[in-house]
Design a protein around this ligand. Structure first.
Ligand code: PLP
Length: 357
């Protein structure tokens, strides 16, 4: 069997969730959109269900997959519905629903539902992606409170730059949010991972941590709280071929690596079709049997090369970690000009193997 796989540590996931909940205020929705950032939404939600206050996903398809797997906890649709027909399913499956635009408000006002809905009304406090501008938001909030189709209303906003700890933008957005919502006394939800970890003053009643659940530091630098997170995914494979090459000889497509010393090359069964970044350069960190090592040459679809010259004890069958507890995915992302978000969401083909302590 091909040795490439992604181990997913569910006890680390629970540890990270507990940290998010402790730092983020009272309650936290675990964000498991995009198949739990590549970690497998159903298994992650099952592992969290006993400790989590609820979940958040991007669309009804993701929510229904969790319901079909038996998840009974609250599930929030972060962008609400995309068409009126979804409301019947939202109603039937007891989902929570963001309202981010006028047209959704109108559809909801016309809807006939079995039960009143919990809605999360999104204020555009400065990201300018989704949500209502402050005055329109206040009018929408009043209107929702009077609608028979609505049970609870939560005031929600989203930060654009919470990962930039030296930017004033998060405080500016928060001020807009607080001012818009002050008269209405609604429960509030503001914080993504970076806000939970980096902006303790920004907590509302409901945090919405995503990335941090998977053990990833959202800041570009060490951080005392983010450093308490535990990596959840370990992407790993093994050496399937070893050869020595002479000075001046290249490795791989395009000769992106040329040996400057007699070099022992190991070939690892994992490539960009598994979600490893194709353009990761020479020197991108890996761990070889637990010791720090380096990628060499262009990453192939199914394989990549590493330098074994300084790893005399390593050889055929040696275990290679591409990212995980030892090699932070953020470091690989930085080398490759990518982000931890898109690397994790891009993991494919490799089996996800769940560990639960
Ligand atoms: C994805 C998302 C989150 C989670 O963000 P992280 O940066 O992964 O913590 C929170 N809120 C909303 C609205 C989102 O879309």
């Amino acid at each position: 069997m091909r040795p490439a796989r992604a181990l997913v540590d569910l006890s680390a996931l629970r540890h990270n969730y507990r940290l998010a909940r402790k730092l983020g205020g009272q309650r936290a929705l675990a964000v498991v959109k995009a198949d739990a950032y590549g970690h497998g939404a159903v298994r992650c939600a099952q592992a969290l269900e006993a400790v989590a206050d609820g979940f958040a996903v991007a669309c009804i398809e993701e929510a229904l997959a969790l319901r079909a797997a038996g998840i009974r906890a609250p599930i929030l649709l972060l962008e609400g519905f995309f068409d009126a027909a979804e409301l019947a399913l939202i109603d039937a499956h007891d989902l929570w629903c963001a309202i981010q635009a006028d047209w959704q408000l109108e559809v909801l006002a016309q809807a006939r539902l079995q039960h009143p809905l919990d809605v999360w009304l999104l204020l555009d406090s400065g990201m300018h992606r989704l949500g209502f501008a402050p005055e329109a938001w206040q009018a929408a909030a009043q209107r929702l409170r009077d609608m028979p189709q609505v049970r609870n209303v939560v005031a929600m906003t989203h930060f654009a730059r919470a990962d930039e700890l030296d930017s004033r933008r998060t405080e500016e957005q928060l001020a807009v949010f607080r001012q818009a919502g002050s008269a209405l006394a609604l429960p509030a939800s503001v914080g993504n991972s970076a806000a939970v970890l980096g902006w303790p003053g920004a907590n509302g009643d409901w945090a919405r941590p995503g990335l941090m659940l998977y053990g990833v530091n959202p800041f570009g630098a060490p951080h005392p709280l983010a450093d308490q997170l535990q990596a959840v995914m370990t992407l790993e494979s093994a050496v399937i071929s070893v050869r020595g090459i002479a000075v001046g000889e290249p490795v791989g497509y395009g000769a992106h690596f040329v040996a400057r010393r007699p070099t022992r090359v190991g070939i690892v069964a994992l490539g960009y079709a598994d979600g490893y970044p194709q353009l990761a350069p020479n020197g991108t960190p890996v761990a070889i049997d637990g010791r720090p090592g380096e990628l060499i040459g262009r990453v192939s679809m199914d394989m990549l090369a590493i330098d074994l010259t300084d790893h005399p004890a390593a050889g055929l069958g040696s275990r290679v970690e591409l990212w995980g507890a030892q090699i932070p995915v953020t470091g690989v992302a930085r080398h490759a000009g990518r982000t931890a978000y898109d690397l994790l969401c891009g993991v494919k083909r490799v089996p996800l193997v769940y560990l639960d302590a």
